[in-house]
Design a protein around this ligand. Structure first.
Ligand SMILES: NC(=O)c1ccc[n+]([C@@H]2O[C@H](COP(=O)([O-])OP(=O)(O)OC[C@H]3O[C@@H](n4cnc5c(N)ncnc54)[C@H](O)[C@@H]3O)[C@@H](O)[C@H]2O)c1
Length: 254
């Protein structure tokens, strides 16, 4: 019997939003599992240290700037990835942002920023890389959603709308593309201490409230997301598509 493999050896992966926080660790996780990795973020400078670490692990690595709010920037990333490393097998859509505001405080500017980064950017990355994957008849796309793509929370009108959109988009792309060999799934992490939510983590009331909702009793660490990502990127998950996998210590089990 041929048991499935979790190895990513020989695969080319693109990690969008790799400069810091969750994406930084996920990029190392892809390399650890054997993949060569294109690491992309808004600025090239935030990627230099990461690229050095990945090369030190014996993998090829291309750091490349991208602004996911701009389609021509995504297309430039795709071309560079293919030229430097070859056809892309795995795309991890991790770029994202958040502005905590009550619904009445949300401005047109903050709404556009969050939705254009978290949902529009993720869609056009998927479309651009998905097109090439469909031409080859294989590929894995992994979208980083959030617990707030599955349940609501105060002060998250724009963020939860964007992540709820990611959950739905993941299903639609899976329905359209899976038969042609491209599986599309999402991961929904609960709160992780990263630069994005530095301020929240310094608020004891917020920490207490959030921890009370997590049955496992601790916050998520970036490394907790590596196993689920490698599973969804590898042939071990070939029958899995369209799901949003919560990595939330049980928050959504309530
Ligand atoms: N931190 C959490 O608690 C948490 C929980 C659930 C989901 N998430 C999601 O995980 C992902 C990463 O979050 P994080 O906490 O590591 O955030 P972060 O702010 O620490 O890092 C975000 C990364 O995305 C990049 N980025 C942002 N806008 C971009 C753009 N327009 N184009 C290209 N790159 C861009 C940044 O340069 C950075 O490298 C996000 O999608 C976030 O919504 C985070």
């Amino acid at each position: 019997m041929n048991f499935p493999s979790f190895s990513l050896a020989g695969k080319n992966a693109v990690l969008v939003g790799a400069g810091r926080g969750i994406g930084y660790t996920l990029a190392l996780g892809l390399a650890q599992a054997g993949a060569d990795v294109v690491v992309a973020s808004r600025t090239i400078t935030e990627l230099e240290d990461l690229a050095g670490r990945i090369r030190h692990m014996g993998r090829r690595c291309l750091p490349h700037p991208v602004d996911v709010q701009k389609l021509n920037s995504i297309e430039a990333l795709q071309k560079a990835a293919e030229t430097e490393l070859g056809p892309v097998d795995i795309l991890v859509n991790n770029a994202g942002g958040n502005v905590n505001q009550s619904a009445l405080e949300v401005t047109e500017e903050s709404w556009d920023l969050i939705l254009n980064t978290n949902l529009k950017g993720l869609f056009f990355c998927s479309q651009t890389f998905g097109r090439q994957m469909l031409n080859r008849g294989r590929g894995k796309i992994i979208n980083i959603s959030s617990t707030f793509g599955l349940v609501g929370f105060k002060n998250r009108a724009s963020y939860a709308s964007s992540k709820g959109g990611v959950t739905q988009l993941t299903k639609v792309l899976a329905i359209e593309w899976s038969k042609s060999g491209v599986c599309v799934n999402a991961i929904a992490p609960t709160a992780v201490h990263t630069p994005m939510n530095e301020k929240l983590f310094s608020d004891p009331e917020w920490r207490k409230d959030v921890l009370s909702r997590i049955p496992i009793g601790r916050f998520c660490e970036p490394v907790d997301l590596v196993g689920p990502m490698v599973f969804l990127a590898s042939s071990a998950s070939d029958m899995v598509t369209g799901i949003t996998l919560p990595v939330d210590g049980g928050w959504t089990a309530w």
